[in-house]
Design a protein around this ligand. Sequence first.
Ligand code: BGC
Length: 749
Amino acid sequence: MKILKVCSACLLLLALVFCSKGPEPKDKVLEAKVERLLSQMTLEEKIGQMNQISSFGNIEDMSVLIKRGEVGSILNEVDPVKVNALQRVAMEESRLGIPLLIARDVIHGFKTIFPIPLGQAASFNPEIAEAGARISAIEASSVGIRWTFAPMIDIARDPRWGRIAEGCGEDTYLTSVMGAAMVKGYQGDSLNHPTSIAACPKHFVGYGAGEGGRDYASTFIPERLLRNVYLPPFEAAARAGAATYMTSFNDNDGVPSTGNAFILKNILRDEWGFDGLVVTDWASAVEMIPHGFAANEKEVALKSVNAGVDMEMVSYTFVKYLPGLTKEGKVKQHTIDNAVRNILRLKLRLGLFDNPFVDENQGSVLYAESHLETAKKAAVESAVLLKNENEILPLKENIKTVAVVGPMADAPHDQLGTWVFDGEKAHTQTPLKAIREMYGDKVQVIYEPGLKYSRDRNTEGIARAATTAARADVILTFVGEEAILSGEAHCLADLKLVGAQSELIAALRNTGKPLVTIVMAGRPLTIRKEVELSDAVLYNFHPGTMGGPAIADLLFGKEVPSGKLPVTFPKMVGQIPIYYAHNNTGRPPLGNETLLYDIPVEAGQTSLGNRSFYLDAGVDPLYPFGYGLSYTTFAYNNIRLSSNEYTEQDTIKIAFDLENTGKYTATEVVQLYIQDKVASVTRPVKELKGFERITLKAGEKQTIAMEVPVSELAFWNIDMVKVVEPGDFGLWIAGDSQSGNEVLFKVVG
Ligand code: BGC
């Protein structure tokens, strides 16, 4: 038996997250340039650098402000000719010739669109996330963009929140690894390279925990939870060298992030040593007025700059009020100077003073063949197989006719997902197109959508779709959500399939033909009923430009699904929040109790065992975090540890046998979970501490080695100190967060 050493790969991951280069070391020459410039600037010019405007489209109007030194950054200008014109005004016509920072939301691709970040997270593959971010940077920088507002690394445990689509899901470790990889991809080896763009981890911090899954809503995250769950991805991003951060819209325990010195100064600057730029979210500064945290715009400027904001996005209170506030002494000169240092430092690191211009004819990098190939690979790895009864997938050779049905089968705009400003639907390859072009010589394809778009409630086409589909050997139904149903301010109180999509699936089931349901959505949907009605379910999130070819290859068996859920799928909305890394109650549930209809009529007062569960939903989710099937099966055996006792300085070495017990070469995402049994504060029932993608041939068995340094078991304890507390621990190696056999070990003091 071959011994596969993945410890080095594991260590690489850990290195990426926890020990990588961190904030760029201070470059003395660069710092001297910053100081020289600063010493020549008037107060107004300094404050001008702290102002970010959104492009007016019209060069003349923007030029007036730029010449006066009133603009440090422009977002949303993507025409390279205009970018060059604006940079020329800044360099040649403003007094000090300071270049502009050109910014854009490049969230999961510029022109070539990758799966939404939640989909990318399902790949559990930081390399593909890094490659996607690199390509996004190459394409975006080709038109002059040097700053993206990404990655979004908000932990999201509520799928009602529309922005769950933009992040990496519910888990702190997975988000840390994927977020750090994206930062590396955007920024490349050095910010100075013309294809590097500054990353902006957002939204700092806690935005994903808004009450009720409503966007912009208040959060109540106590400091320990903040430090144990919500901050680590941002710290990992800082260690990966993230150049900027964006404050979030939410007020946490009463303090809006844009006015929160504890997070912006104490944590980000003092604890993590961050020396980059902090920008507000879009108007999040002035929104402190409706929050009831600032009385007027003057107070907005005062509170945000004193809290540690360097640049204000589009709400102009800095330019209006900081000159006066500084003269009044309410804002110290060194506060302004430090903010401007952070901005100039970034502009110098990006090499903008040497050359802020862009080749106006670089169009050929957009949608380059290699970019599309990587986007396809990302879409393949993002797909999660939830059900595959009777091995209906992959489609077998004897299938002669396939019916393609459903509103998402040929929805070039919608399969791109949320936050796509620049990708064009004309370049999208839909599943219908891909199946016809790639497999049309093997099967006859009949297409009858049944519904025009996901919210379509007109049921007239359903009968026709069912009659047509009944002629096929297998039905492929594409359902889900239009792109506009997730993303910012697109929260939902109900997570059922919208429109008449459930009716469509029920009608197709009645044909008696094998039914494969393919979902494309921005979030987990409560599809228990539709899963029951389907023979197989493939969940893709929104897969981007190359979703069609990826799905076609998965359905026809050229590729084998390997994605795993980056977020728990609830059975029903009432179970939310539901996430695997919860703390135990004093009365944990015993099993999956669903007792609603078992309780006798007029039962006497009964505690039903006094356990923590819902009478109507039990406790289990529809699918747990980490879940995902393959066309093959994997067996985990013989899990052993290098010792059953470790000190804090040790590394836990784990070995186990992984066997591909099925018929296809396939990749398994092996997951490593731990539990700290007893601590000074209660700890989650399980926490992901490592993962690895392992590819095995059919029938192949390998011994896999993984490692976790004991220091990774540290958490913020009762004294708000980050420590490893000695005691008993459990460890699982498994294919999802709910399976596997526990192995015990001890940490001794
Ligand atoms: C969003 C940010 C985004 C910004 C700029 C805001 O509404 O919350 O994530 O980067 O707009 O477009």
